[in-house]
Write a protein that binds this ligand. Structure first.
Ligand SMILES: Cc1ncc(C[n+]2csc(CCOP(=O)(O)OP(=O)(O)O)c2C)c(N)n1
Ligand SMILES: CC(=O)[C@@H](O)[C@H](O)COP(=O)(O)O
Ligand SMILES: [Mg+2]
Length: 638
């Protein structure tokens, strides 16, 4: 059966213009088809499912009412933008979602003119849409700018910075708050309670009735506002936080009622000034397993929708994330000073077991990386031992807090930096390409890069015991299968480990590239050193390697620029040592999306690429020797 047969309405849509003349009944039928297509497609490719199921009607109504792409739609995070992509001519490309060379998982300006702003990190949409509104006003252009932001993304400071400005600017900005009471896990915080009060208070019920009556016979918005004013006058209605900030608040409205949404958006379209439309949706809507457990269905691999996602098969070696989760519980057991902090990523960071066992020593601060880091700094001042679990790319959001509040005061905060290095399907916004570079230049920081699961555990123990800031950075997924030993045994700080002695070439591996380095060392008869610490660097080991070899090769899953290889070069320069150097790492460009393996190969960090890069640097003469196997004796694993 062709896709056209099973999705006849979708097959008629190549651009949002195609649905501008549709009746709301047709739009409702389209929503049903869209939802079925989403489930079929995303259950095959993997990706973000629950959030997209929740924005079907809202997306259809927005593209029906607003003249996109002239009117701008800025999706916050953008993980919920698959309906938007499907309506804007990319339905056929959905089969390539998040695959190398295929459709990106988030809106991207270079992917479509309908993607007016690139996103992936949360809480940027209001700032960007306000910027577009002010830009249009300055250019004398009349267009609408719309930010569609979730209740989770609304918990970030940046969203409030933008609201504070928007309420003052009186720009033509529409903020659609997509409130499903979920972040990835359940949403948290006082704002979440405020939103809930708007749904449960007298205002919501009367507004629901009121807006139904009003919307049914559709008076123009001005009339609607007069009547609402009359209506409200008779009531003591608590104003919302948003109105206090100067935005015109509408809602809450049912985010799955296409008819009601279209009417409300048409009215709002005629209005000027900053507006916030509070829309209530159900994350996972229309697929029972996702409705019941939107957290599990937030990000999915491929699965059979008839069976639903089957529980983890378990077994096999743990992922680095699981190693962290287990260490966290064991360390908390051993030291009651520990507190764990996450900015809304507890499941992804492997903290589920910890949350159950140590709820009183756990803080999910919402999507608030800056706050999470300075909160930890404050706790550290009081003798508490905070562990901040944070993805590498999200740590970028709290960089000044790390420098200004933690490192400058030399406070003992441990950063468990997950998703470091090449990540994969989430693409450039989520790539952990830079953390070695941006951490290494900060005084007082200890930076560790484990080569395997056991080292990861030991480095976490090492960092926890230090009386200064420390970071352990590890990638998404599994390691080489070196199972973590029991116990909480630290490593000697700043000491590398020689894994293989050879001649001619010394390969200095920082973290997970050690596996490839050992393979190449075997092929070339090279020395291989597991550097372990980016900072403090084992300078003695570097100088010794420089004295004993003709070529030093550094390998890291981080950009070369300012990375661990630069630390080696700086060390040699400071000792006035001249030796040939080859730095291997991520190139000076943003990662695309694809599997981790594909992207590592593209970056030249697979075994064959490393070998050929070294052979190329050695030149043909040396290669002849190398081809015969540089004479070396393996002194065994040290
Ligand atoms: C700065 C940043 N921190 C964390 C994340 C991870 N993240 C992606 S979606 C999400 C939850 C978003 O919740 P909400 O905005 O309510 O959208 P919903 O999934 O409920 O539709 C989080 C925490 C991110 N993308 N960016
Ligand atoms: C959209 C978003 O930012 C998160 O859902 C992110 O995609 C999670 O990444 P992991 O799947 O690596 O936990
Ligand atoms: Mg939400």
């Amino acid at each position: 059966m062709t896709q056209t047969d099973s999705y006849p309405l979708l097959s008629r849509i190549h651009s949002p213009e195609d649905i501008r003349g549709w009746s709301t009944d047709e739009l409702s039928s389209l929503a049903e088809e869209m939802r079925a297509f989403l489930l079929e497609s995303v259950s095959r490719t993997g990706g973000h499912l629950a959030a997209n199921l929740g924005t079907v009607e809202l997306t259809i109504a927005l593209h029906h009412v607003f003249n996109t792409p002239e009117d701008r739609l800025v999706w916050d995070v953008g993980h919920q933008s698959y309906p938007h992509k499907i309506l804007s001519g990319r339905r056929d490309a959905m089969k390539s979602l998040r695959q190398k060379g295929g459709l990106a998982g988030f809106p991207k300006r270079d992917e479509s003119c309908f993607d007016c702003f690139g996103v992936g990190h949360s809480s940027t949409s209001i700032s960007a849409a306000l910027g577009m509104a002010l830009g249009a006003r300055q250019q004398g252009e009349r267009r609408k700018s719309v930010a569609i932001i979730g209740d989770g993304a609304m918990t970030a400071g940046m969203a409030f910075e933008a609201l504070n400005h928007a309420g003052d600017e009186k720009a033509d900005l529409v903020v659609v708050l997509n409130d499903n009471n979920m972040s990835i896990s359940a949403n948290v915080g006082a704002l979440n309670r405020h939103l809930a009060s708007l749904l449960s208070g007298p205002m919501y019920s009367s507004m629901r009735e009121g807006s139904k009556r009003v919307l049914n016979h559709m008076p123009p918005m001005r009339e609607f506002m007069r009547r609402a004013e009359e209506h409200v006058k008779g009531m003591i209605v608590p104003s919302t936080l948003f109105e206090e900030l100067g935005l015109n608040y509408f809602g809450p409205v049912d985010g799955h009622d296409v008819n009601g949404l279209v009417k409300m958006l048409r009215n709002i379209y005629t209005m000027e000034g900053p507006i916030l439309l509070h829309v209530v949706t159900h994350k996972g809507r229309g697929y029972a397993p996702a409705e019941e457990d939107p957290c599990t269905y937030h990000g999915v691999g491929s699965f059979d929708p008839n069976q639903g996602i089957q529980g983890g098969k378990g077994g096999g070696s743990p992922t680095y994330t699981q190693v962290f989760g287990q260490w966290l519980c064991d360390q908390a057991e051993a030291d009651e000073r520990m507190v764990a902090i996450t900015p809304a990523m507890s499941e992804g960071s492997g903290m589920t077991a910890y949350v159950e066992r140590f709820p009183d020593r756990y803080h999910d601060v919402g999507i608030a990386e800056q706050h999470a880091i300075t909160l930890a700094a404050g706790m550290a001042c009081e003798g508490v031992k905070p562990v901040v679990a944070i993805y590498s790319s999200f740590l970028q959001r709290g960089y000044d807090q790390l420098i200004h509040d933690v490192a400058l005061q030399n406070l003992p905060v441990l950063f468990a930096v997950d998703r470091a290095g090449v990540v994969g399907p989430d693409g450039p916004t989520h790539a952990g390409s830079f953390d070695i570079s941006f951490l290494r230049c900060i005084p007082n920081m200890v930076i560790m890069a484990p080569a395997d699961e056991n080292e990861c555990r030991r480095m976490l123990s090492t960092g926890f015991l230090l009386d200064q800031p420390a970071a352990v950075r590890y990638p998404r997924g599994k390691g080489p299968g070196v199972l973590p030993e029991a116990g909480l045994i630290p490593l000697p700080v700043g000491q590398a480990e020689v894994r293989r002695r050879g001649k001619g070439v010394a390969i200095l591996a920082f973290g997970t590239p050690l596996a490839q380095a050992l393979d190449v060392g075997e092929r070339l008869g090279a020395t291989v050193i597991n550097m372990r610490f980016v900072k403090p660097l084992d300078e003695q080991r570097v100088l010794e390697a420089a004295r004993e070899h003709d070529l030093l090769v550094t390998v890291e899953d981080n950009v070369v620029a300012g990375g661990a290889g630069s630390a080696v070069a700086e060390c040699l320069a400071s000792h006035d040592i001249a030796v040939r150097l080859l730095h291997l790492g991520l190139p000076d460009r943003f990662q695309s999306h694809g599997t981790r393996e594909e992207l590592l190969t593209d970056a030249g960090l697979d075994t064959d690429s490393i070998e050929s890069a070294i052979r190329k640097r050695l030149g043909p003469q040396a290669c002849a020797g190398a081809a015969g196997g540089v004479i070396s004796e393996q002194i065994g694993q040290v």
